[in-house]
Ligand binder design. Structure first.
Ligand code: C2O
Ligand code: CU
Ligand code: CU
Length: 456
């Protein structure tokens, strides 16, 4: 594929560009009343944030926030984002979980050229599915996501969902020390194991915040794992909470239960019945408190559980006619390899192939080629002792079964494949293009655990 690089900003005059140092994102065209487009101007720029009290951290922000500005659109409508790169490094935006045309997918040299400092790129696509999604670069991901370039993208249902209240909770840990200074985003000996974890956990950019919720109401909580590495073992002791959607797709409402493992890139939507005023609930990762949910008095009449959310228009795979493709995820190689200058470590492979992030041409050698319109079962086999949140771009897939747990089939874009687990997922290859297929533990992805799947 060839690309042209036309979109270069000339000075600050053009297009009412606002806010050099972090600036705000704003609608960049007047928004007519009956619009069906959602227009944003989104600037990526360095921003000082106070993650550790009394210390400044030089983060990288979208729309003057890290995690980035929450973008919103409505199902079936058009989202247009002018992405303006005011960083000192090339970048792109990938729209995690959104089924869109390849040219909008944000993968450098596959979808588009990297957006250089001072350039902009117009993303413009229809959002077919309602749910909680997110956006992030696909360039130097360890550092760029690590410094804060992650943000929520909420697609509202076509019709009111029945929830009157909702909150988005972006979960992210930061690779900072006690003074708020960044350390390594990826350490080889960690990349070769579970991934390099950040030290400081945050919700919406604050460590262990208190969030106020209206007593007596049923609130939709959108929990997004925007972390490079961590699988959150989410629990909400003593809470009355039900699961309404997983990774942007509705499920039959069901109790949250003891704990839900939310891997990197994954999302869960809960309905929480907020207890009487003054009550505090702990949202936790295992035994660690992520946030305090505090109920405050509300004048509104008490709310009730809304009905299930309407299904998204994802094609149902034909399991009888489906062809099976097998993918083995394995650990390879020693940590002590001597690397040439600039070369990337390689610890992981899919079917014996390691992705090389320094090689722009990897995507020309897809690991599988699917025929457009046909159904496929992908058998995902984890031969390692570490879990991998396996993510596919461009298409949603249905999780069918696993040799390790009982599965009620559901659609997703990311499946947390446990150690030594084999799971089967199915899809209709209905989106032509070359789609990244990778582990969302960022340093696994950057040390080999990525491939391209072609749909032709
Ligand atoms: Cu969040 Cu390549 O994905
Ligand atoms: Cu993605
Ligand atoms: Cu992994």
């Amino acid at each position: 594929m060839s690309f042209t690089r036309r979109q270069v900003l000339t000075g600050l005059a053009g297009l009412g560009v606002l806010g050099l140092a972090g600036g705000g994102a704003r609608y960049w065209l007047a928004r007519p009343a009956a619009t069906t487009t959602h227009d944003y101007e989104l600037i990526a720029a360095p921003l000082d944030v106070e993650l550790v009290p009394g210390h400044q951290t030089r983060a990288w922000a979208y729309g003057g926030q890290a995690p980035g500005l929450e973008l919103r659109a409505r199902q079936g409508e058009r989202l247009r984002v002018r992405f303006i790169n005011r960083l000192e490094v090339p970048s792109t935006i990938h729209w995690h979980g959104i089924r869109l045309p390849l040219a909008m997918d944000g993968v450098p040299y596959v979808s588009q050229l990297p957006v250089l400092p001072g350039e902009y790129f117009d993303y413009d696509f229809v959002v077919p599915d309602a749910g909680s999604f997110w956006y992030h670069p696909h360039t130097a991901s360890g550092e760029q996501l690590g410094r804060g370039l992650v943000g929520p993208l909420i697609v509202e249902e076509r019709e009111p969902s029945g929830f009157r209240h909702e909150r988005t909770l972006s979960l992210k840990s930061w690779h900072v020390d006690e003074q708020g200074a960044f350390g390594d985003f990826s350490v080889p000996r960690e990349a070769a194991r579970g991934g390099t974890a950040g030290r400081l956990s945050t919700v919406n950019g604050a460590h262990a915040p208190t969030l106020e919720l209206p007593a007596g109401q049923v609130v939709r909580l959108r929990l997004l794992n925007l972390d490079n590495t961590l699988t959150y073992r989410l629990n909400l002791p003593q809470a009355e909470a039900r699961i309404y959607a997983l990774d942007g797709n509705p499920v039959a409402p069901q109790p949250l239960g003891q704990e839900y493992w939310l891997g990197p890139g994954m999302r869960i939507e809960l309905a929480l019945r907020v207890p009487e005023a003054g009550t505090e609930l702990a949202l936790r990762n295992g035994p660690l408190r992520l946030a305090t949910l505090k109920s405050v008095a509300s004048q509104e009449p008490a709310g009730d559980w809304p009905p299930a959310l309407p299904a998204n228009p994802v094609a149902e795979p034909d399991l009888v006619g489906a062809e099976t493709q097998r993918f083995n995820f394995e650990w390879t190689g020693a940590v002590s390899v001597n690397l040439a200058q600039g070369a990337a470590h390689s610890f992981w492979q899919i079917n014996g192939q390691a992705w090389d992030i320094a090689d722009k041409r990897c995507a020309e050698r897809p690991i599988a080629t699917l025929k457009q319109g046909h159904s496929y079962i992908l058998e995902l086999r984890n031969l390692s002792q570490y879990q991998h949140p396996i993510h596919l771009h461009g298409m949603s897939f249905k999780v069918l079964d696993s040799n390790r747990r009982a599965i009620t089939p559901y659609f997703t874009d990311t499946y947390l494949l446990g150690k030594q687990e084999t799971a089967r997922v199915a899809l209709v290859a209905d989106n032509p293009g070359t789609w990244m297929f990778h582990c969302h533990v960022i340093d696994h992805m950057e040390t080999g655990l990525m491939a391209a799947i072609a749909v032709v």
